[in-house]
Design a protein around this ligand. Structure first.
Ligand SMILES: NC(=O)c1ccc[n+]([C@@H]2O[C@H](COP(=O)([O-])OP(=O)(O)OC[C@H]3O[C@@H](n4cnc5c(N)ncnc54)[C@H](O)[C@@H]3O)[C@@H](O)[C@H]2O)c1
Length: 248
């Protein structure tokens, strides 16, 4: 028996990166996996097949997580296809960095929409399902910059701080219904998002990390398994920083 056997997890933005690692890790623990991404192309289909090869049900849904109506529709579809939704991971995220003076309204709106409104969309649609099931675990993917701020990332940091406050608020509202909500705040994780950074910036980050390495997507996925499973049955409204000790 895996830690998540018999559970259904819905993960947004999981065709690649951290979301995909979480999907694979959850599947290895026996969970059936529904995931979304903007498009389910060859890459998304390959992710779907890789998850299914672990012996669970897997299906990718093309949808824009920032769109309220599309998100509602996906949740409805997942409920029909899988029968239940026990775990929701709000993982879809983007960056559009810039210093405040140069940041455009479009940069602000895009990041808040994909990183924060998406979580509202999915939580809003999943909570009634979880209430009927008398339980559920919601995980918001935040970031250490949502706790500490970051010059040049006001939009991103504000969206991630919002993800933390959203998780805490949902934890308070939904606790009596057996629904837990927590946030993961990854630090510097080696993915496509961070590979775009210059060698100089990477070096700067490494110097601030006591463990002197970037995190792996599996480091984040292991934390997600803990929060999704009954191992954390008395843990709600928390932010776990997965950052090699960068922020204490
Ligand atoms: N990589 C890091 O160092 C790091 C650190 C802290 C937090 N995070 C957060 O972790 C999450 C995953 O990041 P990642 O590094 O795997 O990024 P990634 O870019 O590799 O993956 C993000 C996925 O989200 C999808 N996506 C983007 N916009 C979407 C939308 N509107 N609707 C649905 N899907 C959408 C992308 O297509 C992609 O598959 C993000 O929320 C990110 O902010 C990452």
């Amino acid at each position: 028996m895996g830690l998540l056997t018999g559970k259904t997890a819905l993960i947004t933005g999981a065709a690649r990166g951290i979301g995909k690692a979480i999907a694979l890790r959850f599947a290895a623990e026996g969970a059936n996996i529904a995931f979304t991404d903007l498009v389910i192309d060859e890459n998304g289909k390959a992710t779907e097949a890789e998850i299914a090869s672990l012996g669970v049900k897997a299906k990718g849904y093309a949808s824009n997580a920032a769109d309220f109506a599309q998100s509602e529709e996906v949740v409805k579809q997942v409920k029909e296809d899988f029968g239940s939704i026990d775990i929701l991971v709000n993982n879809a995220g983007i960056t559009k960095d810039g210093l405040m003076l140069r940041m455009t309204e479009a940069q602000w709106d895009a990041v808040i929409g994909v990183n924060l409104k998406s979580a509202f969309n999915f939580i809003h649609a999943c909570v009634p399902v979880m209430m009927r099931q008398r339980g559920g675990s919601i995980i918001n993917m935040a970031s250490v910059v949502g706790v500490h701020g970051n010059a040049g990332q006001a939009n991103y940091a504000a969206s991630k701080a919002g993800m933390i406050a959203l998780a805490k608020s949902v934890a308070q509202e939904m606790g009596p219904k057996g629904i837990r909500a927590n946030a993961i705040a990854p630090g510097f994780i080696d993915t496509a998002m961070t590979q775009e950074l210059s060698e100089e910036v990477r070096k700067e980050w490494m110097n601030q990390i006591p463990l002197r390495r970037g995190g792996t997507v599996d480091d984040v996925a292991n934390c997600a398994v803990y929060l999704a499973s009954d191992l954390s049955s008395y843990v709600s409204g928390q932010v776990i920083q997965v950052d090699g000790g960068m922020n204490m």
